[in-house]
Ligand binder design. Structure first.
Ligand SMILES: C[S@@+](CC[C@H](N)C(=O)[O-])C[C@H]1O[C@@H](n2cnc3c(N)ncnc32)[C@H](O)[C@@H]1O
Length: 205
């Protein structure tokens, strides 16, 4: 899989993202796609050797997908589970190397089994966790844990300004309940708004 420029589809990506965000704010949870700086930290767990399988949740218009694709060696698999039909259609048009799965991250186990993706090296999430209730968060995190197993890694991000909020604190606790290792990055200031990343490994049984 060759490198894909993050700016390849930038103006139409921004238009598609903004249109979806205005149409369904309760699903998208952001007005701007992630910056290449944030994407770089999220994608840092993607193996750059071998033929890994990587799964993205909530890829939107592909700002993080582009950076992941740039790291992946030839012969790798890169699946992207996107709930919003307009985003999924946009990804199919603009990212030919991506296996776009129009579906719900809450069905992750089934979606992966249907595509014979049995061993996943990394899951990278752009999901708007604050828009899910705790049951929904648990459901997805449990399936992410099954997907990555003992060897894989999971990254996701949150906006820095939400840190003191109750929802952000309870999500952080939930990550600690579900994963043996949870690392938190420095703030990525070059993103709108600034954000930080969780890197999680070794799901608890
Ligand atoms: C905050 S945007 C992030 C987009 C992109 N990853 C980025 O960082 O620019 C959240 C994305 O998650 C998608 N999404 C929301 N709920 C989802 C679900 N249950 N399953 C899959 N995708 C979902 C939205 O449609 C949207 O594309």
């Amino acid at each position: 899989m060759g490198p894909v420029s993050a700016d390849l589809a930038a103006p139409s990506a921004r238009r598609t993202f903004l249109a979806a965000a205005l149409r369904r704010p309760g699903r998208i949870g952001a007005v701007y796609p992630s910056s290449p700086h944030l994407a770089g930290v999220l994608a840092s767990v993607v193996p750059s050797q071998g033929t890994p399988t990587v799964v993205e949740l909530g890829p939107g218009t592909g700002s993080v997908s582009a950076v992941i694709a740039g790291r992946l060696p030839a012969g790798s698999r890169h699946l992207a589970v996107e709930l919003d039909p307009s985003m999924a259609a946009f990804l199919r048009r603009t990212r030919p190397g991506l296996e776009v799965v129009a579906g719900d991250a809450k069905e992750l186990t089934t979606l992966l089994a249907d595509r014979a993706a049995h061993r996943v090296d990394a899951v990278i999430s752009g999901l708007p966790w604050s828009l899910f209730d705790e049951g929904g968060q648990r459901e997805i995190l449990g399936q992410v844990g099954v997907a990555i197993g003992a060897e894989g890694a999971f990254t996701t991000f949150a906006y820095t300004h939400t840190l003191p909020m109750r929802g952000a604190r309870s999500f952080r606790r939930l990550l600690g309940d579900r994963f043996d290792e949870v690392l938190i990055s420095r703030t990525v200031w070059r993103n709108v708004p600034p954000a930080y990343i969780y890197v999680c490994r070794r799901p608890k049984g």
